[in-house]
Design a protein around this ligand. Structure first.
Ligand SMILES: [Zn+2]
Length: 299
């Protein structure tokens, strides 16, 4: 009897503290929480296609993990995000990048590529022919050379070997050179079953027009909005052809470019496209089982 009373008292005490359930009160986000959430998200994507639109502020970086565990990194964020990117690689437990795509030579896309190449195992690297003379770009080339790696040219019409269950096609650049470097962006389409993801770098209207004229199948379930939502990308004709259900905008809060623009947000809204943005949602994660895409946001 005494034992029973003690049990009731214990339970009452426990109830008043924790509501007598297994509910765990989540502490505020810290580095170790980020680690466990990345681990959890990666575990949820196991055997499926995981697409992580990493929050790198104003810049771009998308980490993909295939059903068989192959990795692809498209862009690497800006130069000041080196530690952040290396932390992400640790959090997602990425030691090898099987395919590294550097969409174009601007720093907000290749800013940490040199460190990524130095510190991780790298399989294949795809870059467009067009380069520039910035220190950032030169450092990337130096790291590639130091590791004895070769660069494959990113261009429309090629298919990338990644995972036998996933089709990876490059839809741009269609032309070998462009006046505007943004238009040299590698555009990658990843198809898994009935779901597909289009990654557009900073491709602008000229490249979009060339893609439309190339007659490639541009349709995709998910569109990474071109050039961080600049009004010079995501033209109405391009958006109509892609016909996405969901769009992700990789953009930093309070950026000086006023990205994303009202014009692009309106175009997406008019078509009823659900929008996720790194500045509002933190890192945005998508997991596809080949039929449906499930979404998770950091905030
Ligand atoms: Zn950019």
């Amino acid at each position: 009897m005494k034992k029973l009373i003690m049990f009731v008292i214990t339970c009452l005490l426990a109830f008043s503290v924790a509501g007598c359930s297994n509910q765990v009160i989540e502490p505020k986000s810290t580095q170790s929480d980020m680690h466990s959430s990345a681990k959890k998200l990666k575990a949820e994507a196991a055997g499926k296609l995981g697409v992580f639109y990493l929050d790198v502020g104003q810049g771009s970086s998308q980490l993909l993990i295939s059903p068989s565990g192959k990795t692809m990194l498209i862009d690497t964020g800006d130069v000041d995000k080196e530690q952040l990117m290396l932390n992400y690689m640790k959090e997602y437990d990425i030691k090898k990048i099987d395919v590294l795509v550097l969409s174009h030579a601007h720093a907000d896309h290749i800013g940490t590529a040199s460190a990524i190449i130095d510190q991780l195992d790298i399989g294949k690297i795809y870059m467009p022919k067009a380069g520039n003379t910035t220190k950032t770009y030169e450092n990337v080339l130096k790291s590639i050379k130091n590791k004895g790696l070769k660069v494959s040219t990113a261009k429309a019409g090629i298919t990338l070997d990644w995972d036998e269950k996933v089709k990876v096609q490059m839809l741009a650049p269609v032309q070998p050179s462009y006046e505007d470097m943004n238009d040299t962006s590698a555009v990658v389409k990843v198809t898994y079953g009935a779901t597909s993801f289009l990654f557009t770098g900073d491709a602008e209207k000229q490249s979009e027009t060339d893609m439309l004229e190339s007659k490639a199948d541009l349709s995709a379930t998910v569109l990474t909005v071109g050039h961080h939502g600049s009004s010079t990308s995501t033209s109405a004709a391009f958006l109509k052809e892609v016909n996405p259900k969901v769009a992700v905008i990789q953009v930093g809060a309070g950026n000086s470019y006023n990205h994303p623009t009202e014009a692009v947000l309106k175009r997406l809204d008019k078509k009823g496209v659900k929008v996720y943005r790194n500045d509002q949602n933190g890192t945005v994660s998508a997991v596809s089982d080949g039929k449906d895409v499930k979404w998770a946001t950091e905030r």
